[in-house]
Design a protein around this ligand. Structure first.
Ligand SMILES: Cc1cc2nc3c(=O)[nH]c(=O)nc-3n(C[C@H](O)[C@H](O)[C@H](O)COP(=O)(O)OP(=O)(O)OC[C@H]3O[C@@H](n4cnc5c(N)ncnc54)[C@H](O)[C@@H]3O)c2cc1C
Length: 401
């Protein structure tokens, strides 16, 4: 590790590795450092299927070292502070690293502690979450144990990675309970603090049919605020949409799948690069920072107003690589590459069934296939299970697609 790099990338996740691969493919002589604390890299989209028992969690895990592109230095540490005016980061070890150009993509921070009692009971008492590699196998374990009672699935009032993930595991769980004959004896409840089933009506119409098919008690304006694990009780804050009045309801559960609060990483929130909500403040089409032209930001930690997904990262990464190289070579961004706001959410609606929601930041459908992907299809389920993981490991992270 050196104490200065021409290009420093913070976060060696989906976005950081893809941008690094693209930059070095374009110019192998570039001086690139990647700050990434984890020695493992995770393909998180498959965790939905791990929680439903389709795959073991190990298929989502690879060695980070295998994906650091040749020519890049891996700095195995965490950024604790960013001084954008001094063009310098401070690492957990206390060391500082300077840069000429900075790519920020440290992902989203999971704030488990924001739900009262959750950290004490997560991974036991039937309380689980697909938002953690450590906990996700417990989702399948609990689901297999449900014979009757109530299975509750929640969403969060904060921005989240993969907005569809809270519902996908619920549909798979309901389908599993249907197959075991337990669905009739089990109330499946969805507690969503939001105001609608899904932001894009073109896909929401199918989801409403799926919800009816499984007989799901789908509650809007309902936020999980506390869990008492040993007693298996969950407390929700319910907001009356007409008056704004809030009440609390406590219900029993046999299974509780929690989607935690999420936010920008703390070091971003504390830095000058954050917008008022804490996200890396970038121009949504060029992904260049609004105040620091030498900084680019993408992925879950960015302010780009689009559902936070790996699919969005796949389209953002080439834009960042091209625009950064242009700024380095020409001194400014006169002919920028533009991100078009594409994102995608493969909405698994049961075993062998998937609605492929592809849309943009204005919630306009952006289909990649010449057929109606708002219908449940086995072909799209197979795409998620067997095609997209390979595309990720061998294409996207290598800077090829
Ligand atoms: C359950 C679940 C289901 C999902 N399903 C889908 C799906 O079906 N389709 C889809 O497209 N997307 C899906 N996603 C979302 C997708 O995984 C993310 O949107 C994507 O990984 C974002 O890429 P990123 O690089 O911004 O963040 P990440 O891939 O999370 O990478 C961030 C990296 O930054 C590192 N980091 C964090 N803090 C620091 C720091 N201080 N200093 C240095 N490095 C740091 C982390 O260790 C991590 O490696 C899902 C996610 C989950 C959890």
């Amino acid at each position: 590790m050196k104490d200065a790099y021409r290009i420093l990338i913070v976060g060696g996740g989906a976005a950081g590795l893809t941008v690094a691969a693209r930059l070095l493919a374009e110019d192998p002589s570039l001086d690139v450092g990647i700050v990434e604390p984890s020695d493992k890299h995770y393909y998180q989209p498959i965790w939905t299927l791990v929680g439903a028992g389709v795959f073991d969690r190990e298929i989502s895990e690879r060695d980070e070292a295998d994906f650091i592109p040749d020519g890049a230095d891996w700095i195995r540490d965490r950024v604790d502070a960013l001084d954008a005016d001094a063009r310098r980061v401070t690492l957990s070890s206390g060391a500082t690293v300077s840069y000429e150009y900075l790519v920020l993509c440290p992902g989203i921070q999971i704030d488990w502690h924001k739900i009262d009692g959750l950290t004490d009971t997560l991974g036991k008492n039937g309380v689980t979450s697909n938002y953690s590699y450590d906990i996700v196998p417990y989702t399948w374990e609990v689901l297999q144990s449900v014979r009757s009672g109530r299975a509750i699935f929640t969403s969060t009032p904060t921005p989240l990675k993969c907005g569809g993930a809270p519902q996908k595991i619920m549909y798979l769980a309901a389908d599993h309970l249907r197959r075991t004959g337990a669905l009739g004896r089990t109330e499946v409840m969805f507690a969503n603090p939001g105001t609608m089933v899904f932001g894009v009506e073109y896909f929401a119409k199918t989801l409403r049919k799926v919800i009816a098919r499984y007989g799901i008690d789908f509650r809007l304006h309902t936020e999980l605020v506390a869990v008492r694990g040993p007693e298996q009780k969950a407390t929700f804050r319910v907001t009356d949409p007409a008056t704004g009045a809030r009440t609390e309801q406590t219900v029993d559960f046999d299974m509780l799948h929690v989607v935690p609060h999420q936010s920008a990483p703390d070091f971003i929130k504390r830095s000058a690069v954050a917008n008022a909500d804490g996200w890396i403040d970038v121009k949504r089409e060029t992904l260049q920072h609004v105040r620091y032209p030498e900084i680019f930001g993408l992925g879950d930690a960015s302010s780009v107003p689009v559902a936070k997904t790996g699919a969005a990262v796949r389209k953002q990464a080439p834009v960042v690589a091209a625009n950064l190289l242009q700024v380095m070579r020409e001194g400014s961004l006169r002919h920028p590459e533009l991100y078009d706001g594409y994102t995608s959410c493969p909405l698994v609606t049961g075993y062998g069934k998937l609605v492929l929601a592809e849309f943009d930041w204005d919630n306009r459908p952006m289909p990649s296939f010449p057929f109606d992907t708002s219908q449940e299809r086995y072909s799209m389920y197979a795409l998620k299970c067997y095609v997209l993981p390979d595309l990720y490991w061998h294409g996207m992270l290598r800077g090829r697609v």
